[in-house]
Structure formats: C-alpha cells, structure tokens
Design a protein around this ligand. Sequence first.
Ligand SMILES: NC(=O)c1ccc[n+]([C@@H]2O[C@H](COP(=O)([O-])OP(=O)(O)OC[C@H]3O[C@@H](n4cnc5c(N)ncnc54)[C@H](OP(=O)(O)O)[C@@H]3O)[C@@H](O)[C@H]2O)c1
Length: 284
Amino acid sequence: MEYTILNNGVQMPKLGFGVYQIPVDETKEAVLNAIKIGYRLIDTAGAYKNEVQVGQAVNEAIKAGIVKREELFITTKLWVSEYNEQHAEKAINDRLQKMQLDYLDLLLLHQPYGDIYGAWRAMEKSLNAGKLRSIGVSNFDSGKIVEFAKLVSVTPQVNQLEFNPWNQRENDEEWNRKYHVQPEAWAPFAEGRLDLFHNEILQEIGNKYNKTIGQVVLRWLVQRNIVVLAKSVRESRMRENMDIFDFSLSESDMNLIKSLNRNETAFFDHHDPIQVERITGWTL
Ligand SMILES: NC(=O)c1ccc[n+]([C@@H]2O[C@H](COP(=O)([O-])OP(=O)(O)OC[C@H]3O[C@@H](n4cnc5c(N)ncnc54)[C@H](OP(=O)(O)O)[C@@H]3O)[C@@H](O)[C@H]2O)c1
C-alpha cells in the first residue's frame, strides 16, 4: 500500500474500499474480505445505510488479529439533514456508537448544500476532542472549496469528488491542491458507464503492462496522487484492484488516457436544481 500525507500530518492510504450500493446483508462479509486482502481504507456514509455492518467487520477483523485499529482508515459521511452545529454534534456521537468505534479517521460532509458551516463547526470540535482524526468535504466544486477554505478555521483535509477517465477534472484537482486539500476519487470506473471496461485505448494500455482496464484506471489516479476508492463485492476483483503498486504508467500512456476526457460527469451535475431538490429533499 502507498500513502499520502494530509495537511494535518495524518497518513491516508492511496487506495480504499468503497461500500456504496453493497447490500446491508453483504457488507460485513465484503469489508472483512477486503481487510483480509489488504485494504486499509474503508469508505461508507450514513446515506449508504451500512455503517453498522462496516463497524462490525472492522471490530471483528481487529479481534481476530488480522489488523490493528491504527492500521485502518475508516471514513464515513454526514448527510444534509444532519447539518447544523447541534445536529452534526449528535450525529457524530451516534455514528461512533453505531459503528462501535472510539474515533473515525475521516468524516466528510457528503454534499455541499445546507448549513455546511454549522456542521463544520461541530466537526472541528470533534476533531479537537479526538473523536475524528481528519475532516473533509465531498462534491465541493472549486469555487466552493475556495470560499469554504477561506471562511472555516480548519481547512478540509480531503475533498471526495467524481474522477474517472470520462471526467478527469484537472482544473478541480489544481484548485484543491492550491488549498492543500487532498483530492479523493469516487466512481473511478464511472460504474462501468460508457462501456469503460471495454474501451479499446484502456485495453491496449493494459495489454502493455499485463494489467486489466480496472488496474490501469486505478493506477492512473494513484499516479496523479489522487486517493482512489474501488468497490467490488467479488473477491477476485478486490484482489485485482489492489494489485496496482508494482507498475507505473509511462508519461505517454498517462497522456493517452488524458485524451479520453469528456469533461463531463458520468452521473449528474451537482449544480442542476433538479438534482439539488432530489438530493436535499427540499421542494417549494
Ligand atoms: N461522495 C460521493 O458522493 C460518492 C458517490 C459515489 C461513490 N462514492 C464512493 O466511491 C466508491 C466507488 O464508487 P462506485 O462504487 O459508485 O463506482 P465504481 O468504483 O466506479 O464502480 C463500481 C462498479 O464496478 C465494478 N467493478 C469493480 N472492480 C471491477 C473490475 N476490476 N473489473 C470490472 N468491474 C469492476 C463493480 O462490480 P462488482 O461489485 O459486481 O464487482 C461495481 O459495479 C463507492 O463505493 C463509495 O464509497 C462516493
């Protein structure tokens, strides 16, 4: 495993295991498998409804002597309905209780809407109290990061954003780096959209290194020093996705991947008012 150092000195694995869309009754086993295979960063969220099972897997792995707590990097996220200082403070305590953990390695604001400043103050307090080792945001565009970083006391350690070959976001990456915010990639495979796993250019690159398309994509992000989350419920793919630290893509192959950029989301635009209404549940 390779690591990056966050702006507060905390060490974060460059590759993690995401549990979005893993059914609740499969999460514990999937996370346990992932830890056995060598994943150290686990990414969940209140919205994924499987935090309890992540906590169970983590505690079971520690109890079985597979891993020590300090070797793991556990991330979860607060939802918009939990924002404002009072709600967030309660939500953080509830999370620790629910996951049976003494602390979280990273807590993120999942979406950039609502009382993000109130929630952030509660996160800063919990950071100072040792309940959180680092705090960050997700889906904050560059304008929002600039504004947010200026107005809060603790600059976010991480911004988790969609990054994949169709949506490469070099400009967003630069703005985050300018403010010392570590970019982290969600949906690195764009969940297979636009036939990513059959793309000829990615396949040709993979053939050169004897690697799969999935491995090429993950390596491309790690080489950009973007922390990357890969999700799979299959053990063989968990292993495959971990096996990216024994090769490097050449500059010309990195540039070839650049040519795939469509500069648009493979999912939805966080500025689209219909999506804002959908995500927040707010309507007139
Ligand atoms: N902050 C946010 O708003 C946000 C949004 C979305 C996701 N996330 C985080 O990012 C993580 C990853 O994103 P994601 O799960 O949406 O999408 P993804 O990682 O782009 O794609 C996951 C899909 O790819 C398949 N897959 C995985 N490895 C593969 C391989 N080597 N070859 C072929 N297929 C493969 C998986 O299928 P199988 O499981 O069947 O193998 C799954 O269907 C999430 O789990 C979550 O933790 C965060």
